[in-house]
Ligand binder design. Structure first.
Ligand code: C2O
Ligand code: CU
Length: 569
């Protein structure tokens, strides 16, 4: 089989120097294979020394599920079987194409035998989990149809909701769109002591948008416009189901949101204006609950919401809506989507006002848990903790019709730049910002993170804009500004803390429509970077050497190349 990924893997191996692989802490078998001139990475096998507490068999396969009335919808989906370990490890979402919720305990050793039963290459990534590089689902490990890749890792994460989804080169968006995704919950003792709502009172809520044709089949054929803006559906699915409703008792619930959409950003708000009580984010519980008038949720992000329906009478209804906001898409596209009716987008414009699901109280009870005032302990990082307080590692966002870039480069295997090499067991300051308009020459941002101060980098970027022409003629500074849009930036590996967000004065108007819903506390692995925004984060790079991706979680952007590797060495 000679798919695109297969060729990429060949390229990866052929172009990779032994020295780099050794530095990356690559497994010995990779080096051995390379020495023998074998072109293809063999899938990882079970290691005899690893004693799993939990063993799962996971498959990506094709199937059909009834979503809309009438014909069943052809999907790709994860199916899992528990080979050994606690029964509560797997919980199906009834009637859904989504994979079962995988529930793990911190400290557990987990072996997952992942089998590709699709017709194309794939590999699975554990979004949010801190696992060794070769277990992380990097596209270079994509396996062919019929192959099995064995993932083995210990759960180092604290309690939180994570995601498993495919990560093959340039076809991630399509595979996720056709149904390959699932939630992975980690529990720990700190969380257990709080006795938060659990069982039927803890509800996973995976938000996605999809387009269907008249035969109930999923439509995914991104035109250039879709690739630029992201692919948007014209209807919302919650846990894979349309017109979602939840029947509840009049008491407190824990709603665990995961934005599994390819590109759509939500502004969550209750229909009656009740504030949202946020108790956790991507990387688990906040230190204490925080209330927001609404909360933003970008692709790849999670929110843990305390929803108390106490005192609401039987029959009461409440809707969770996505509320209006602006600025997520470029001005021109926003108008096109709203006014000219780009396919599918008119029904649900990005930043429009539309319902997500309905809550209906069907049982009254006076017995409800109380919201704890303290949730968890989080050691807050400061600049005093980082190795590079004066020279943040840059993540510069730029893009145009032909390519999407980070730090001036589109994704390529084995293309780690000097600025993307991070010493293991360090804590680093990173800065994510838009490089539109300031120019982005496409060459060698390398070294900047470690070598230069802030002002110096600014001058360099100006020079690069004037100097090394951009790779695409359409992408001058003017175009760059025009394509300035929101990007959810995701970093693999250990989770991070957001330490500051600032926005350019000329984008403050749009920013005002989202800023009160940006939850910046807690541990994060994905952060929504609005147009004109500059976000500083502190991230530890502990335990594992090797190649870890960072990319836009607008999956069309990711597949267009808005992805890079950090080499932790
Ligand atoms: Cu959720 Cu690299 O992805
Ligand atoms: Cu993006």
């Amino acid at each position: 089989m000679q798919g695109p990924v297969d060729r990429s893997r060949r390229r990866f191996i052929l172009r990779t120097g032994v020295g780099l692989l050794a530095a990356a802490g690559m497994p010995a078998w990779v080096r051995a294979m390379e020495m023998q001139g074998m072109a293809k990475l063999a899938p990882n096998r079970a290691s005899p020394g690893f004693r799993p507490d939990v063993e799962l068999e996971l498959a990506a396969r094709q199937g059909a599920v009834s979503i809309l009335p009438g014909e069943a919808t052809r999907v790709q989906h994860y199916a899992a079987r528990l080979a050994s370990g606690p029964k509560e490890t797997l919980a199906d979402l009834p009637g859904s194409y989504l994979g079962p919720i995988i529930r793990l305990q911190k400290g557990q050793k987990v072996r997952i035998r992942f089998r590709n039963e699709l017709m194309e290459p794939t590999i699975t990534h554990w979004h949010g989990l801190h696992v060794p590089a070769q277990m992380d689902g990097h596209p270079m490990y994509a396996i062919d149809p019929g192959e099995t890749f064995v993932h083995e890792f210990e759960v180092l994460n604290r309690a939180g909701l994570n995601i498993y989804h495919p990560h093959p080169h340039e076809i991630t968006a399509k595979q996720v769109y056709y149904g390959l995704a699932g939630g992975l919950i980690v529990n720990d003792e700190e969380e257990a002591r709080l006795e938060l709502p659990s069982g039927e009172y803890e509800i996973p809520i995976v938000l996605q948008d999809r387009r269907f044709n008249a035969q109930n089949q999923l439509i995914y054929g991104p035109h250039m416009h879709d690739r630029m803006m992201g692919f948007y559906g014209d209807r919302i699915l919650v846990n894979g189901r349309p017109n979602a409703e939840f029947e509840v008792a009049s008491r407190a619930y824990r709603l665990r949101f995961l934005n599994g959409s390819n590109a759509r950003i939500y502004k969550l708000g209750w229909s009656d204006g009740t504030p949202l009580t946020v108790i956790g984010v991507d990387g688990g519980l906040l230190e204490s609950p925080e209330t927001f008038p609404y909360a933003m949720l970008a692709p790849g992000e999670r929110l843990d919401i305390w929803a108390d329906f106490s005192g609401r009478p039987k029959g009461a209804e409440l809707t969770l809506r996505s509320l209006p906001f602006s600025g997520a898409l470029p001005g021109m596209a926003g108008h096109m989507m709203g006014g000219m009716g780009m396919m599918g987008a008119m029904a649900l414009p990005v930043g429009g006002d539309y319902p997500l699901f309905t809550i209906r109280v069907t049982r009254e009870t006076s017995d409800s848990p109380k919201l704890p005032s303290r949730l968890s302990k989080i050691g807050r990082y400061t600049l005093g903790d980082v190795a590079n307080p004066d020279k943040p590692v840059p993540i510069a966002i730029s893009g145009g019709p032909m390519a999407m870039r980070l730090n001036g480069r589109s994704y390529a295997f084995n293309d780690v730049q000097p600025g993307e090499r991070i010493p293991v067991d360090t804590v680093q300051l990173l800065e994510i910002f838009h490089a539109h308009g300031g120019g982005h020459g496409g060459h060698s941002m390398g070294g900047m993170g470690h070598g230069m101060g802030h002002g110096m980098r600014g001058r360099m970027m100006g020079m690069m804009g004037g100097g090394h022409g951009s790779e695409s003629p359409q992408e001058g500074p003017g175009m760059g500004m025009m394509f300035s849009m929101a990007h959810p930036i995701h970093l693999h590996g250990q989770q991070f803390q957001i330490i500051s967000r600032t926005v350019a004065a000329d984008r403050a108007g749009d920013y005002a429509t989202v800023k009160d819903g940006l939850v910046t506390g807690g541990w994060k692995d994905t952060v929504l970077v609005m147009p004109g925004e500059r976000v500083r984060i502190i991230k530890p790079f502990r335990n594992f050497k090797g190649v870890f991706m960072y990319h836009c979680h607008n999956l069309e952007h990711e597949d267009m190349g808005m992805m890079r590797d950090f080499l932790i060495e």
